[in-house]
Design a protein around this ligand. Structure first.
Ligand code: CA
Ligand code: CA
Length: 319
């Protein structure tokens, strides 16, 4: 069975009092679509609409069914023929692929994307952190960064890059979770150290990892936030199982719980939602009893002051 996946073109991006106009451009077919990312096709800084590729993860609860990652390159050139497009298979070897994300070009010296994998489905719990080479028309890889068998006991949703140890090389930051059928869930925020170039580019050895904190299991975002005492590189994490929205100050390895009473916290983005020049947190929660979108204003000194919910909009539960 194929599920129709609609492509929406948003002509105006709005939130919190700003109007929204959107236009349905068309649709194409993908089997069981999961997560969608629109990423730059190459290293060019040209922002032409022809320079973007849509990546789609696809997974099934059928334990005997392979999961896939698809892509449509140069999507800007194809908006008038969407219903005729057949997405290209990027990979059929990742178990339950989640988010597909940019890798900064300087990490590997060429265009790469990351794919986080694994989930709480029988026989699909093997989590992976993978990258593929998309610098040419022929896809290179798949390359695994977390090869240790213990790393495969966890599942991963997002991979972002920043230099965690100050050696000048951006490292892979992620959150991960694991849960047995009858046992408690566990979550971790951790980073995988970018090794020397020789080791890195051969993809033969697992990258060393360092756990920063717990109760963080799904999505996260990173930003440099300002306080009266200066600026700090921070990570805001979600805990679907712990229900905690956490903030970690990297330089100090200082962490605090922002909220722990808003249900299963799933995704977070640090962005200025109301265009007042100050960062906000866009947060989603989901669960059987309901789902919601929250906007938190980051306080003047986020290390100690309370975060205020700016607005909420309840929604239907997200499967
Ligand atoms: Ca580093
Ligand atoms: Ca703001």
């Amino acid at each position: 069975m194929h599920i129709v996946f609609p492509i929406l073109l948003f002509t105006v991006n709005c939130f919190l009092g700003y109007c929204i106009n959107s236009k349905l451009v068309g649709y194409f077919h993908v089997h069981s679509p999961g997560f969608v990312s629109v990423l730059r096709s190459n290293s060019s800084t040209d922002s032409s609409q022809n320079e973007y590729t849509i990546y789609i993860s696809s997974f099934s609860g059928n334990t005997f069914s392979a999961d896939h990652v698809y892509r449509l390159t140069n999507i800007g050139n194809k908006l008038n023929q969407l219903d005729q497009l057949k997405p290209e298979v990027v990979s059929s070897h990742i178990v339950w692929p989640n988010e597909i994300h940019d890798v900064p070009d300087h990490v590997f010296g060429k265009r790469m994307v990351s794919i986080a994998g694994g989930f709480l489905v029988p026989f699909k719990t093997k989590g992976t952190i993978s990258v593929i080479d998309v610098s040419s028309n022929t896809i290179g890889g798949l390359y695994e960064l977390a090869k240790d068998h213990l790393d495969h006991d966890w599942f991963y949703h997002r991979i972002l890059w920043t230099d965690m140890n100050g050696d000048g090389l951006d490292d892979a930051v992620t959150c991960r979770a694991k849960k047995s059928i009858i046992g408690a869930a566990h979550g971790e925020l951790l980073w995988f150290e970018n090794p020397s170039q020789v080791v890195r580019d051969k993809f033969e050895h697992p990258w060393d990892h360092f756990v920063i904190g717990d109760h963080s299991d799904t999505y996260f975002d990173m930003a440099t936030l300002t306080t009266p005492d200066g600026s700090y590189k921070c990570i805001v994490t979600t805990g679907f199982f712990s229900n905690q929205l956490n903030l970690v100050v990297i330089q100090e390895i200082h962490s605090r719980v922002i909220v722990g009473t808003h249900g299963h916290v799933f995704d977070v983005q640090i962005t200025d939602l109301n265009k007042d020049g100050n960062p906000d947190l866009l947060v989603t929660t989901n669960g059987i009893s309901g789902a919601a979108v929250y906007a938190f204003e980051v306080p003047h000194d986020f290390r100690y002051q309370n975060f205020f919910v700016e607005n909420t909009e309840t929604n239907t539960p997200v499967p």
